[in-house]
Design a protein around this ligand. Sequence first.
Ligand code: NAX
Ligand code: K
Length: 501
Amino acid sequence: MRLEILTPEEMGSVDRKAVDAGPLDGYGLMQNAGAVVAAAILERFAEAEGFLVLCGPGNNGGDGYVVARLLVERGVQVRLFAETEPAAGSDAARARRACPVEPKSYSEFEPVERWLVVDALFGAGLSKPVEGREAAIIERVRTSGLPVVSIDLPSGVSGLTGKPLGAAFQADLTVTFFRKKPGHVLVPGRQMCGELLVADIGIAETTLNRAECKTWENHPALWRAALPEIGISAHKYSRGHVAVISGGATSTGAARLAARGAARAGAGAVTVLSPANALSVNAMHLTSIMLRRADTVEELEAFLSDRGPSGAVLGPGAGTGERTRSFARSLLDRAGAAGGLVFDADAITAFRGDPETLFAMIKASAAQVVLTPHEGEFGRLFPGLEDAPEVSKVERTREAAMRSGAAIVLKGPDTVVAAPDGRAAINVNATQHLATAGSGDVLSGIIAGLMAQTMPAFEAACAGIWLHAEAGRVFGRGLIAEDLPEMLPQVLQSQFPEHVR
Ligand SMILES: NC(=O)C1=CN([C@@H]2O[C@H](COP(=O)(O)OP(=O)(O)OC[C@H]3O[C@@H](n4cnc5c(N)ncnc54)[C@H](O)[C@@H]3O)[C@@H](O)[C@H]2O)[C@@H](O)CC1
Ligand SMILES: [K+]
């Protein structure tokens, strides 16, 4: 599977390498790009009665001239609109000369019913906000309701961030080349692409140095090999033991959701560590999951020494006070080399005043740590990395992972996972039904459950996000957090048929 995601800059260097290696030059690649776009248009929009092609000044416009020529050669009606001539000597200028349709100016653009708009204004070279005459034409297309096919990216959408830079097209189909760019998978860019087609234009696979790729679309192919397998001689503790720290009597549900997530993700044993005042509440709701009292660090450490869990979840419903901070210190200090820790929710907020202390402890710890913030929690822990119009969620998450020493799961419709070594994955199978109370608690349990079975942090986080989203997607409407762990067996069994060693 082609899961690598390339920034526009990385794609530019692949293009250059492809041209250097031959046999195709830039103009040859442009011919192929135009050809795959024209073919996709004719296949999907066979009923369109004509085509309005909008060409910008760069190579994206060049692709547009090729498409216009190929459509004319098919005998269909084409009108072409361009404002600026491509730079002399460029591939786009050559494509413009070869195109038999004389361009009209943008001001002459008129929507025509049952026609289709081909958007070749800007692609990878978008460098400033789309304003003025280009913004006006985008607005005219929007109000016309005509279908739009965008070449490479919907013009106005940043290929790097997925955010609109000024006005931007909402496409019905986007055809990009060789690999996806972050702007195709991060929101809102993902939705603005409509259907996305990644087309081959004759760039050899060897042009891409796979070892240098650090960003992927999150998919089982990325981590399937690291998924825990259950040996025939397995016993419950050899399958991993996860400890989940519960909050007080009125906030115990979150820990139980995490515990259930860990158990369904395959941990052989799960123990909820509960304050004394919440023991009876927890006891009433737990069956296969064990329960033990832990009000103090001493009680936690006694448990860690006695039972040596291989994973732990701290945060859901835990409170943001000293108990949570001291438990975090203790877990980081005492977890064995194979230990996997997930700090979520309150365990993140508890360190808002002093994130550097947390990061220093994480870096000094033998444990593998995953932090699972949503945007609000992320902002508390990583000042200066908050969301901003020009920055990419991938780069923010990557920077946070390097700063903290933990794998970071920055949650949202386009959850990004990043590791301190720079690897990052963007998740794309989430559903809106996951936006429900307790959903994040289950996620932290799933990730801890996988880590407790010795799955490495980055892979466990990627797998956890994907499985959690898939469970939500398969369940669909009406989902509540309790349903997520119960959907995992179906997702695991259908996606990963069991193989027993
Ligand atoms: N060999 C290659 O590099 C290939 C490139 N291809 C196409 O080339 C595109 C990239 O071409 P370019 O690098 O020329 O970039 P673009 O054509 O995307 O845009 C660059 C041009 O637009 C102008 N511009 C940028 N933002 C603007 C704004 N907001 N308002 C007004 N003008 C703006 C720039 O000054 C420049 O003239 C890709 O998206 C793809 O469609 C394909 O033909 C395949 C091969
Ligand atoms: K475009």
